[in-house]
Design a protein. Structure first.
Lengths: 676, 699
């Protein structure tokens, strides 16, 4: 985790200030009645639990803090984290979302159509996008500063998003924006408790009271999916709406495995029965009452429409069973499952045009519970139920094609899911039924994508691009400057069985110091974002005052497009042998040594003098070894061998020299033999 | 001045060294060749112990989690599958259904993969082409198809970028207890892995339908995994089939499911062992002598030997184990090693004679299988996609019928696979730390490229020296004759003198061109319907000879002999031959080192010794007679078919040899796209023909 130290000290100061403030506040307002005086600041906490068809349970925490615009109340806040308020003010953030995710959202098993998955299923690693309220020329500067601040605030390497090679500015598909939106992801960022702790510090009760007390680190990190999200919205002070000011939504979505699964020898048919669970069995803790300064504190249990439909079918089959239907208020037990606590409210989704079954949400208020009587919700299944979650209209998967270190292709394939068959296809344009799909994909610059190679196949037939692609915006990558961005708006004919897109690319070379520390793992291509704007992930509930006050349920009622992320891809690039620089240095040094050695030799040599010295030595008599050696050397030198009497250079190998060498060699051998 | 003259004459040392080498080319080639062969024989002695190079692997550091519970589950599957074999009717589809049901009960994602077995056909232009060009033959029979079953476990907290592949070949029609046991091992590991929390990479279990061979289904699945055809008009993998009546897994899709980049692959097999111990065979050679990273073999060896108590073996040439001369060579090396040890106890060169024999047999087999360029198992298909893969073959000493013995076997096998998967799972980067270029001399000993290159380099080194010295000698012959003539008289002649190598080079080129033609001929011969290998072989030889004669007649015009120098021509021809052979060997050593090594061993002595027989007959000295005999023997041995038959005769005995065997062997080479085939056709055979031409040179 790279943390900017300079920022960190600032932030520490901020955090300390914040803490002091909180402490002061807590001492002043020990009762809930003071809350209303909190300068219009609000905090509410909620938890949604939902069983999944594959024996897992979703827990979705939602904490919402709201503060009116700071100009009306000076620089002080009672509940709202000051660090965030300052960040919004300083960087003119209009909207921002930061998510830390570990694991994958399994669209096939956990669904992809409801608002919960559309909003909370995020790509692995870090995803950050922000909309700034500044002129376009300044957006990049503000983004850079924001990444550094967030990096310090959340102990993560978000500061790597500063480089222009990592972020992009989507215009068509991501969100309606006017050039002041920036989007960046870090697929390889590891998520750990050190990211969770600063996130929890933004909550007024931290994890000491209220729903967040459930966050036992080992149990929430043992899950199959873990996504912690922070979403900021701020609006101008000019408007007098209720929402004006800053809104901070913090959500934590975890998918957990109830521990009772397969403890015994339950391999065979009995495994179809869903595991029974309770809050204490999942988290290992109970809810010790609400966070006292929270406006509301609720727990919901959602049964999605697939499950409810299946239960209704079962009910119909076993009509002779008890007459109580599960829609009836106040029921807590039917023939299929039993809820341990009586729900305070039951919300049923109003028929959402599908003519199918609708989901049911049980609401529980935590306010009446306390330390002595903690809240523990349990769900016990009595009969095996098999159902499936509603999936996005098309299942998107992305994969790599080809082999080798030179080139390859990225392919995105879209296939209709089972649930999409029953979806209303009311998007008839010019007499043709069409399904709109938006694709947003960012590719790092070292994957050199050739956008002209885009091939489109619908129902296994190659199609011309103009037939299918309604709009396309491509910004090719620039080496070491910006990533390649592709945004496409597709119009697929309804009822098509499959659609596939492929893009070819060349693998680029990086400079040796641009490789990350674990270069041999390969390089990541961030997830592509597939959205279906013609479908709305929205739940309708009958009008109720309670709904508007509940952050989760009001979020469910917002209109948002169905989104899904594809897989992260891993591309092995050619990596150099990283010991190569060492080898190069060694060879260069050798070459230099040889060069300077020979140069010195040439400069130093005085031919006349050498000859004279040799001539003076010629008088000495040479032994037979030296004669042999001189013969060999003469051969090497390419000269005829001169007679010893002719006073020419042979005698430099004198007998004495040979004797010396032999002496030294024998000493070495004996030394080696006896002491080696 | 006298001194300036001397300094003018004085040449630079490197040139003097070259001249020295050239003048003693015979001595140099004898020394180098002997040293090269000696170096090759010395390799088992020089082999180092393997070690796990990548620290992240940490094999065996975690205790095994596989328990009897998983084994009993696996036994259920085995029992159910074995019951199916008692009534073979409809066993094919049902067995797929059963396997798919078991997989999805574990919570894995299951899909079926339908494929057409590809007939092995010779595509002359598809050598070295990547697997993505795998064109489906339109004329292949559509009715033949196999069904692979693939199960994928998604790592709980992983991001799905990488996957580990487990392959079990399974023949639903004829599969015996043997194959169901390997399924049992894989199933026990698979069921464990669905529950573990440490998984970081996805696990893909491929049950390959091996009714058309074990390689074809794996290759087909890999091809569809990596290079799917989007515009495939025949809907091979679109329909869904209904399996069983359990509505939880009523539909198993035929669309291929994917995970991320493959990190490693393990192919499991079970063999009937007839040995005294439970053994584990490792097969690693992929196409064209490519090997998986040594670390993969190391962790398997480490876990099998030190954790599960299995004996690990790699392939050996068993006939070498009993050969006398290898044993005596081993004894010589043993005594040499002992002598070295008395000089310095730290020098650990010596190995025992028995070890030497074992090492030599393994090394020879390793060298042969790499040189052949044919993968030794289904793992070869993975290497085409740069995935490290090996085949593990378990063999038991007692029959599989005893249940307690079988459980024990499943437990050990499963724990081994679990350990290997856990190690690979630990890996953050792809395999890159350890060696890719190596020869094994035992499961725990290897010779790396830095060592075995020396033997080859020594063997090849005399080639350029001899070529240069021959050329220099023919140049030396001329100045004397030219000095006699007046310099002005024959300018055309002197120009021709300096260009006289052109004629020989032309001959060499023509023969190489002929070599290329000969390697293309089998494509046309194989089109002949209903022909047996023997006739094919004889047709091939006849056509080759015919084409050689035609080429000579067309291209080597007799007019070129007018200005040629009769006394020097064979020397220049030899020089050109040797140079071209040297280039060919050098290229081949980059593509497939083992082929180049064996080729050099066979052909280099012949190329160096080639001398016109007529001159030797005329010479009548002992030396020339010896040379003549050597030339004749080498000339017979290094002819590729002759080499093949001699080799086969040594291994299997000379009684059962048929002429068609060579054709079958060559057919297998091109079916597997082996570069060895190209080497034989375009380097080895032309060089042999040229050498024979030198031997028969009329001078």
């Amino acid at each position: 985790m790279a943390i900017l130290l300079s920022r960190r000290s600032n932030l520490l100061a901020v955090v300390v200030l914040l803490l002091c403030q909180l402490f002061l506040y807590a001492t002043v307002s020990s009762s809930g009645s003071v809350l209303k005086q909190g300068g219009g600041e609000e905090f509410s906490e909620e938890l949604l639990l939902k069983p999944f068809p594959d024996r897992k349970v979703l827990a979705h925490f939602h904490f919402q803090s709201r503060a009116p615009h700071s100009s009306s109340h000076g620089r002080h806040h009672h509940l709202f984290p000051k660090a965030i308020a300052q960040l919004v003010k300083k960087f003119r953030v209009k909207e921002m979302e930061l998510s830390f995710t570990q694991g994958r959202w399994r669209y096939e098993q956990w669904g992809g159509f409801d608002p919960l998955s559309s909003n909370n299923a995020k790509p692995p690693g870090v995803e950050l996008w922000a909309v700034f309220d500044v002129p376009q020329s300044l957006v990049d500067v503000y983004w850079r500063n924001l990444t550094h601040t967030l990096s310090g605030l959340f102990c993560a390497s978000i500061n790597f998003l500063e480089s222009s090679t990592t972020y992009s500015a989507p215009e068509l598909t991501f969100k309606p924006s006017f050039g002041n939106l920036r989007y960046g992801t870090l697929p390889r960022e590891a998520v750990c408790t050190e990211n969770l702790t600063p996130w929890l510090k933004l909550l007024p009760c931290r994890d000491k009271a209220g729903l967040s007390a459930l966050m036992d680190r080992p149990s929430i990190y043992r899950g199959f999916y873990h996504s912690q999200r922070l979403r900021l919205t701020s609006s101008e002070s000019g408007s007098d709406e209720v929402d004006s000011g800053i809104g901070l939504d913090q959500t934590l979505t975890v998918v957990l495995q109830p521990s009772s699964w397969r403890t015994g020898k339950t391999y065979s048919v009995e495994t179809n029965i869903q595991p029974s669970w309770s809050i204490s069995s999942i988290f290992g803790r109970n809810i010790p009452g609400k966070c006292v300064i929270a406006k509301s504190s609720n727990v919901y249990l959602q049964l999605d429409n697939g499950l409810v439909g299946e239960l209704k079918n079962l009910e119909r089959e076993n009509a002779k069973y008890v007459a109580n239907t599960f829609e009836s208020e106040g029921f807590q037990s039917n023939h299929a499952f039993k809820i341990s606590v009586t729900p305070d409210k039951v919300f049923e989704e109003v028929d959402n045009l599908h003519g199918k079954s609708t989901s049911v949400i049980y609401g529980f208020s935590v306010e009446k519970y306390s330390d002595s009587q903690p809240f523990d919700l349990g769900l016990t299944w009595k009969i095996p139920v098999v159902w499936s979650c509603q999936q996005a209209p098309l299942h998107a998967s992305r994969f790599l094609m080809g082999s080798g270190n030179e080139r390859g292709a990225i392919a995105i394939s879209l296939e209709p899911t089972e649930s999409s068959e029953g979806l209303p296809t009311s998007h008839i344009i010019d007499g043709r039924c069409e399904l709109r799909v938006d694709i947003f994909q960012v590719v790092p610059w070292y994957i050199k994508v050739y956008f002209h190679t885009l091939q489109v196949f619908v129902d296994k037939q190659p199609r011309a691009m103009a037939d299918v692609v309604d709009k396309i915006r491509v910004s090719p990558s620039k080496d070491k400057v910006s990533p390649g961005v592709m945004e496409m708006i597709l119009k697929l004919p309804c009822g098509s069985k499959s659609a596939a897109f492929s893009l070819e690319f060349d693998k680029g070379f990086l400079h040796i110091d641009e490789y990350p520390p674990d270069a041999n793992q390969g390089f990541d291509i961030p997830s592509a974002l597939i959205s279906f704007p013609s479908f709305n992930a929205r739940m309708n509930f009958s009008e109720d005052e309670f709904l508007n006050n509940s952050p989760i349920l009001s979020k469910f009622q917002e209109t948002s497009p169905v989104l899904s992320y594809t897989e992260v891809l891993l591309i092995p690039l050619t990596t150099p042998d990283f010991s190569m620089p060492y080898n190069v240095i060694t060879i260069t040094c050798t070459v230099f040594a040889l060069y300077f050695g020979s140069l010195l030799n040439v400069l130093r040599r005085r031919v006349d003098e050498e000859e004279r010295i040799l001539r003076s030595r010629a008088g000495h008599k040479a032994g037979w070894i030296s004669q042999l050696l001189s013969r060999l050397s003469a051969k090497l030198r390419g000269r005829p061998q001169e007679q010893p009497t002719s006073s020419l250079p042979h005698s430099f190998i004198s007998f004495r020299l040979v004797l010396k060498i032999l002496l030294v060699a024998s000493i070495a051998v004996t030394w080696q033999y006896y002491f080696g | 001045m006298a001194e300036t003259e001397v300094s003018k004459k004085r040449k630079r040392p490197i040139v003097r060294l070259a001249v020295l080498l050239l003048s003693h080319s015979v001595l140099v080639s004898v020394i180098c060749c002997t040293a090269g062969v000696f170096g090759l024989l010395l390799l088992p002695v020089l082999a180092k112990n393997t070690y796990i190079s990548e620290n992240a692997l940490m094999p065996g550091s975690a205790s095994s989690m596989l328990s009897n519970q998983e084994v009993s589950e696996a036994n259920k599957l085995i029992k159910e599958l074995n019951n199916l074999h008692s009534n073979p009717l409809g066993a094919t589809t049902e067995s797929h259904g059963i396997i798919a049901k078991y997989m999805s009960n574990l919570g894995a994602q299951v899909n079926n993969h339908k494929f057409h077995p590809q007939l092995n056909q010779f595509h002359p232009l598809h050598f070295f082409s990547g697997p993505d060009s795998g064109v489906m033959q339109e004329n292949s029979t559509r009715s033949l198809y196999g069904i692979n079953t693939v199960g994928i476990i998604r790592a709980p907290r992983g991001d799905g970028k990488e996957a580990i592949v487990l392959v079990t070949p399974y023949n639903a029609v004829k599969g015996g207890v043997r194959e169901t046991l390997s399924l049992g091992i894989a199933y026990s590991v698979f069921s464990l892995l669905t529950r573990v929390t440490w998984l970081a990479k996805d696990i893909i279990w491929l049950v390959a339908d091996s009714q058309y061979g074990e390689y074809a289904p794996v290759a087909a699945w890999l091809r569809d995994y990596h290079t799917p055809a989007f515009s495939n008009l025949d809907s091979l993998n679109t329909e869904t089939c209904h399996v069983g009546n359990n509505n939880f897994e009523s539909k198993i899709s035929y669309g291929i499911r994917r995970s991320g980049t493959m990190a490693a692959a393990l192919v499991l097999g079970v063999a009937y062992g007839n040995e005294n111990e439970d053994t584990l065979g490792i097969y690693a050679e992929a196409s064209n002598g490519q090997m998986p990273n040594l670390d993969l073999i190391n962790i398997v060896h480490y876990l099998a030997v030190h954790r599960q108590g299995l004996r690990v073996k790699v392939e050996q040439f068993h006939w070498l184990l009993n050969s006398k001369w290898v044993k005596s060579l081993g004894e010589v090396f043993e005594s040499l090693g002992k002598m070295v040890k008395t000089l310095n106890p730290d020098w650990k060169l010596g190995i025992s004679a028995a070890d030497y024999v074992e090492g030599a047999a393994t090394l020879a087999s390793s060298l042969y299988h790499q040189a052949l360029g044919v993968p030794t198992g289904p793992h070869g298909a993975f290497r085409d996609y740069q995935v490290d893969a090996i085949t593990l073959e378990f063999s038991l000493r007692i029959s599989f019928d005893r249940l307690d013995r079988r459980n024990d076997f499943l437990l050990h096998g499963g724990r081994l696979i679990e350990g290997v998967i856990r190690s690979v799972n630990n890996l953050l980067e792809k395999f890159h730390q350890s060696f890719f270029l190596y020869l094994l001399t035992s499961p725990s000993k290897f010779v790396s490229v830095g060592v075995y290159m020396i033997a080859f380099a020594l063997l090849v080194a005399p080639l350029p020296v001899v070529a240069a010295s021959l050329y220099a000698k023919t140049l030396d012959l001329n100045p004397t004759s030219e000095k006699d003539k007046s310099a002005t008289s024959n300018e055309l002649g002197s120009v021709l003198q300096s260009w006289k190598w052109l004629n020989s080079v032309k001959t060499v080129f023509v023969v190489h061109f002929w070599g290329a033609t000969v390697s293309l001929l089998p494509y046309f011969i194989s089109q002949i319907p209903d022909s047996d290998p023997t006739t094919n072989f004889s047709v091939w030889i006849l056509l080759s000879i015919l084409s050689l004669e035609i080429l000579r007649w067309i291209l080597v015009s007799p007019s070129s002999h007018i200005y040629g120098l009769p006394q020097g021509e064979w020397a220049i021809l030899k020089s050109a031959t040797i140079s071209s052979f040297f280039i060919g060997l050098g290229l081949m050593s980059v593509i497939n080192f083992a082929t180049a090594e064996i080729g050099a061993l066979l052909m280099v002595p012949m190329a160096l010794m080639a001398h016109p027989l007529k001159l030797d007959v005329r010479g009548q000295s002992l030396r020339s007679i010896l040379r003549m005999i050597c030339n004749l023997v080498l000339g017979v041995i290094s002819f590729p078919p002759a080499t093949f038959f001699v080799f086969k005769g040594v291994i299997e005995g000379f009684s059962g040899i048929k002429a068609g065997d060579f054709w079958n062997w060559v057919e297998s080479l091109w079916a597997w796209n082996s570069a060895t085939y190209l080497y034989i056709g375009m380097v080895h055979l032309p060089c042999w023909v040229l050498c024979v031409q030198i031997l028969l040179h009329p001078c």
